[in-house]
Ligand binder design. Sequence first.
Ligand SMILES: [Fe+2]
Ligand SMILES: [Fe+2]
Length: 472
Amino acid sequence: MAAVDYLERIPNNVNLKENRRLLRALEEWQPQFLEWWSEMGPVGYQAKEVYLRTAISVDAKGWAQFGYLRMPEYRWGIFLAEPEPGRVINFGDHKGLPAWQEVPGEHRGTLRRLIVTQGDTEPASVEQQRHLGRTCPSLYDLRNLFQVNVEEGRHLWAMVYLLDAYFGRDGREESEALLQRRSGDRDKPRILGAFNEKTPDWLSYYMFTYFTDRDGKYQLAALAESGFDPLSRTCRFMLTEEAHHMFVGETGIGRIVQRTCQHMREHKTDDVRKFGGIDLPTLQKYLNFHYSVSLDLFGSEISTNAANFYTMGLKGRFEETKKDDDHRLKEATYVVTTLDGDRVVTREESALTTLNERLRDDYITDCARGVARWNETIKRHGIDFELRLPHRGFHRAIGSFAEVRVSPEGRILSEAEWDVKKHEWLPTEDDKAFVQNLMQPVVERGKFANWIAAPARGINGQPIDFEYVRLA
Ligand SMILES: [Fe+2]
Ligand SMILES: [Fe+2]
């Protein structure tokens, strides 16, 4: 079961060849996907050999195999984590019943919407990142970008499998629509706001993979708890791929911080821009932006949708089964930070309607860990500066804080105060132009752009100056 069949046109561990109807649907979708990939996937490098990892089995040990591959030849396929024998629904009204192996009829529409919303983010991020290849800071980084891109493509396959296998005709229509929306398009945008933002430079890219891919981790983790077993198993395997995306973000920003500190020490100045480094206040502004748009992805503090997803057994909490409570939450409460007039307050609310906020809290805790590690680097260089996560109300477009202006410290501001100060907190046109300007490609083996340090080690035990992308 764990082995993936690569003799098939669509590699899979779901015994696709026994399911003629599904096989036909996916074989029809495959050329449309490849067309989308060539139209909207990475610009340039499609004919180059890239040192990529491919999943060959889904068990914890050695699921990956590394080798040179042209991206269009990547073996996108369908991989589900191993079934857990006797798995039950672990929360909500159906708690204790056997997990669903087919779509529960009464929750069909809701479940489809959840899958489509998750699925839509996957091609969106590929579209957002498609121009980055031409400004890569190194071959190592270029390879990591492409690894993330092909895996986001595979995540789309994962969701399309669920739609085609379990939702019949309307599932197939949704599968096609996933290839038709476009990130940032005015007429047919991607579903969620952050996935319509541009990722125009590598600083934005690392921030995106740190903050926005981490939202993905929490959404997938909550869906991995689902009572709909195929969704749970699909998401469990996706999470193993997602870990690499966040690694790219965390180490990417960490390496920029390191290089900035080196510039500061070497030239004895905070103003490292003229030496080709990205100053720490600019890093803080980019962090503020990407963190706040990623917080929005969790939705409103109070949400009856979130309550329904839970009660229906479709979407659980982060680490649901490790929690020690009744897993129904009808009587339970949860403390949320919200707005009361023009004051930030904490308030006890129903645990069910506040599930978005609980997931956001888990996410915030996780985000803070990386920030602490970046700060250790700054401290090690003897520099008195701390990167910070801004207040959760800062620069929000969704939820109660969307109605007000909040400073990074959590103070409610007048519109006039905000206008005066926002340039200190969010990237200005000048900041963006400066960062854009730094983005000159470096494609010589073992060389890195001057604004980012080399990584501590290479990929899969290879040296740092390994030929991660063959340009010849
Ligand atoms: Fe993904
Ligand atoms: Fe990702």
